[in-house]
Design a protein around this ligand. Structure first.
Ligand code: ADP
Ligand code: MG
Length: 437
């Protein structure tokens, strides 16, 4: 099985920058791969956090390409200096949560500001009286702004105060996979009963991924109605307002719009600084105020990036055994921002590819199968995969709700075509050049 990890590493190496591979993958060692869980050993907590937030989707994608099994990835921290009582508290917290909630994502760890005040207040209200008047709650906002964090926090708080409640937390892809499994193995009754009879609170993350998935939407709709009618709580998150989710059926849109809706805005300066300080405190990082202000002024909106920058800083200062200073922050940020700048977003890639092939943007993200649009679409998916950090499902969702397997197929196809067709290779190279500043 170690061989599986070796083979995965080869592919990871091809897909990420060599500098990132060196920093984040060379220190990782294989522990085991069994029962669909890959366990890896990492040198410290920073690695665990950073890999979890940034590379798990790549690792999972690669494992499923290699084995067709959907592995989960688990990290063991091998830092001997780690304080004993802390580790066990962490483990205890994890065990206490009967569901797969992230133990870090609690209300206590959530910094409230203007940008997220309403979403936070609604989430607290739901956690205090689930199934009350705040049903359903729909939280939406951009990437890395705290939606998943709040959803987990609701789960933790309800379990802490009413431990007998059944909390189901999952993202919409997991819901879909479970449904597919149930259909295939003739277990639809179990599937429905699980949600209808033993679910008091249903927390579904990233609901936008069910756009375009007819059957999943139908099942979700029935479960939603059943839970709603029996006054049980539903909370969903999305990257967009219900109306703007591509290929979401009207009846689901109107259900989502019938309850409370909270928008999380990009954070203002004060909130960014407060979040940095909170993270530093939690991870025991010695972060001077002036460095916090400096980082917050450079990173525009994404809180995950803010956190990533802090973790990079902490990792570098612990490797170098030097304190965190503005100079060090500048160095990290330079790499970080440069690295960021190189990455266009999916919409930019779609625009450039559509223009290049002289087709409509709407056709590029449609379901049309004619070669004149299907081929540019595959090229666009391939470029997205290569130039951005989005996962296969995320790319699929931006192409009008395509399945992740469609994206994997497109990427593989273009990869093999490039090998034998050099004009195509030149074409793609020049497109890629146009997209990098
Ligand atoms: P989203 O689901 O909106 O993409 P996440 O909930 O995953 O974003 O948040 C990204 C990271 O930023 C997480 O590590 C989360 O803990 C952190 N984060 C986001 N908002 C806050 C906040 N208000 N306070 C503390 N941490 C936050
Ligand atoms: Mg999220």
């Amino acid at each position: 099985m170690e061989d599986l990890w070796e083979r995965s590493l080869k592919l990871i190496k091809e897909r990420i920058k060599s500098q990132n591979y060196k920093v984040w993958f060379e220190p990782v060692s294989f522990v085991s791969a069994k029962d669909e869980v890959l366990t890896l050993k990492v040198p410290n907590k920073f690695f665990k956090h950073w890999l979890t937030d940034n590379y798990v989707s790549i690792i999972k994608d690669i494992l499923s390409e290699l084995t067709s099994v959907n592995y989960n990835v688990n990290f063991l921290v091998s830092n001997k200096k780690e304080k004993k009582h802390k580790v066990s508290a962490y483990a205890k917290d994890y065990l206490k949560s009967k569901v797969n909630l992230n133990p870090k994502y609690t209300f206590e760890n959530f910094v409230v500001g203007h940008c997220n005040g309403i979403a936070h207040a609604h989430s607290m209200a739901v956690a205090k009286s689930p199934g009350g008047n705040n049903n359903p709650l729909f939280i939406y906002g951009g990437v890395g702004l705290g939606k998943t964090h709040l959803l987990n926090a609701i789960g933790h708080k309800t379990l802490n105060t009413q431990s007998t409640l059944n909390v189901h937390y999952l993202n919409s892809e997991e819901f879909m996979n479970e449904l597919i499994y149930s259909i295939r193995y003739d277990k639809m009754n179990n599937f429905r009963n699980k949600y209808r009879n033993s679910c008091d609170i249903l927390l579904v993350d990233d609901i936008q991924f069910i756009g375009g998935k007819e059957r999943t939407q139908d099942e979700f709709f029935h479960i939603f109605n059943y839970l709603y009618d029996s006054r049980r709580q539903i909370v969903v998150t999305s990257d967009n307002f219900p109306k703007s989710i591509p290929q979401l059926k009207d009846r689901l849109k109107s259900r989502f719009e019938s309850g409370l809706i909270a928008y999380i805005k990009p954070p203002e300066m004060e909130t960014k600084i407060a979040i940095l300080k909170k993270k530093a405190e939690l991870d025991e990082i010695d972060l001077p105020d002036e460095v916090a202000i400096f980082i917050a002024s450079k990173i525009k909106s994404n809180i995950r990036e803010l956190e990533g920058c802090l973790l990079n800083l902490a990792a570098l200062s612990s490797i170098n055994n030097s304190p965190i200073t503005i100079d060090l922050a500048q160095e990290i940020l330079q790499n970080f921002l440069q690295y960021k700048k190189e990455k266009p977003n999916i919409e930019q890639i779609q625009k450039v590819v559509a223009k290049h092939f002289n087709i409509k943007l709407s056709d590029l993200i449609s379901n049309k199968k004619m070669r004149v649009v299907a081929f540019p679409r595959q090229i666009a998916m391939y470029i997205c995969r290569n130039l951005t950090d989005y996962s296969f499902p995320e790319i699929g969702s931006k192409f009008g709700g395509k399945d992740h397997s469609t994206v994997i197929y497109a990427v593989k196809k273009i990869e093999s075509k490039i090998k034998e067709d050099s004009p195509l290779k030149n074409d793609i190279n020049s497109l890629t050049k146009n997209l990098s500043p």
